[in-house]
Design a protein around this ligand. Structure first.
Ligand SMILES: C[S@@+](CC[C@H](N)C(=O)[O-])C[C@H]1O[C@@H](n2cnc3c(N)ncnc32)[C@H](O)[C@@H]1O
Length: 303
């Protein structure tokens, strides 16, 4: 392992709160929101279906890039057991401290969490059997570099996996369609460089030279307005006001519309989560020129 590094990019004024968590006014709230999302049963189910694509075995070494509150790390620990190793990397020192606190139990002994940047992973050699990033690609400026780094630290024959939601697939019931689009579309285009990152994941893995890339699309569905969904919509309303897309009374009217739908048992929100996993070739790694996303790479020669 080499020395820890953190993103060199400036945090000043970046609209995506998960780009630089520790520079936000409310980092602990952001980290708790990740834990709330991760524990929401429908989210836990779709995360575990994605993790099953990695085919983790007892005793394996696995790296999670962008480990946040550690909710994924704890699932990984259950998969590899105490003879395995689970390493989490996150640039947020607050998130790392939070994840360490929640992984103190005996069953989490194999978990190690440290501060670091996915763009410069602090490992010299390909020491992992698998590496993954869950809802991280959406938040980084250069997903190609992130994936290249993940591939570098995985052994030949090892697996690299990405899971991300795709905001182009967010569907929600509301009587005021125009207001809903103004807030939801407006906010994502303010925050993210690529709000449709989910559907790009297989292309990203192939462009990094991975083989046998598989895709699984899952849907987060909520008809009850779960606490996580409610917090998500409230945050969208708050950001809609902050970015000048709507005024505060319109944002409140928008939120009240959801409350009325729940009372009428007519609330529905869905969003697609894309999970993609590829294998690092055992021969020389074939690289693709950037801009070739979504095309099938030539297979790397073996031996
Ligand atoms: C939406 S959270 C996902 C956390 C966790 N994977 C989960 O699913 O609950 C995104 C995480 O990526 C981290 N992150 C942001 N930029 C990063 C980078 N350059 N390298 C690694 N992680 C990064 C953030 O600090 C945050 O913890």
């Amino acid at each position: 392992m080499t020395a820890t590094s953190v993103p060199a990019e400036s945090a000043a004024g970046h609209p995506d709160p998960y780009r630089f968590v520790d520079s936000q006014t409310n980092p602990d709230k952001l980290i708790q929101a990740l834990e709330l999302r991760g524990r929401t049963p429908a989210q836990a189910r779709l995360r575990r279906r994605f993790l099953s694509m990695l085919r983790l075995r007892r005793g394996e070494r696995v790296l999670e890039v962008g480990s946040g509150s550690g909710v994924v790390l704890r699932d990984l620990a259950a998969a590899v057991g105490d003879r395995g190793e689970v390493v989490g990397i996150d640039p947020s020192a607050r998130a790392v401290a939070f994840a360490r606190r929640l992984s103190r139990g005996r069953e989490h002994r194999c978990i190690k969490v440290r501060v670091g940047d996915g763009m410069h992973l602090p490992f010299r050699t390909p020491r992992f059997d698998a590496a993954l990033a869950v809802t991280v690609v959406l938040h980084v400026a250069d997903p190609e570099t992130l994936v290249r780094e993940m591939v570098r630290v995985v052994r030949p024959g090892g697996r690299v996996g990405l899971q991300d939601q795709d905001f182009g697939t967010l569907a929600v019931t509301h009587p005021d369609r125009e207001l809903t689009d103004r807030i939801l579309d407006g906010v994502v285009h303010h925050i993210y460089e690529e709000p449709h990152s989910g559907r790009r994941l297989p292309g990203l893995l192939r462009a990094a030279g991975l083989e046998d890339v598989r895709l699984r699309t899952d849907v987060y569905q909520d008809t009850e307005l779960e606490p996580y969904t409610k917090a998500f919509l409230e945050r969208r309303a708050e950001l809609g006001v902050r970015f000048g897309l709507v005024d505060a009374p319109a944002a409140q009217r928008w939120l009240d519309g959801f409350t009325a739908l729940v009372a009428a048992r007519a609330f529905v929100m869905t969003i697609n989560f894309y999970g993609a996993v590829g294998i690092k070739p055992t021969g020389a790694l074939g690289t693709k020129p950037s801009g070739a996303l979504g095309t099938k790479p030539a297979r790397a020669r073996r031996g």
